[in-house]
Design a protein around this ligand. Sequence first.
Ligand SMILES: [Zn+2]
Length: 111
Amino acid sequence: MKKLWKCGVCGYKMESVEAVGDCPKCGSPQDQFAALSEEDAKKVYDSYVTNDIHMEIIGYLEKIIHLSREGAEINLDPGCLDIFKKAEAACYVIKEMSKAEIAGHISKGKW
Ligand SMILES: [Zn+2]
């Protein structure tokens, strides 16, 4: 049965039945890897999809923020400017919330 192994030096994770070779990220020897408990491995697997969703949302929000700034620069009329400024502000809040959520996941091993 495959386990999830984590490098004790850099945190790199890999799936394998047995302990694996040197860490591909930091080069630490195999003995630096420890198998995660089933509970900890479940946290990691459960977080894969939600972390990816957060990152994709952040990408969309960045695009909206960029478009809003572009629209605000044109400054066609007060109505447009108001909407672009509100869109930028709202997207910034959601983007920062998603980033904070991902940071929380990482600090709890859900990454
Ligand atoms: Zn490593």
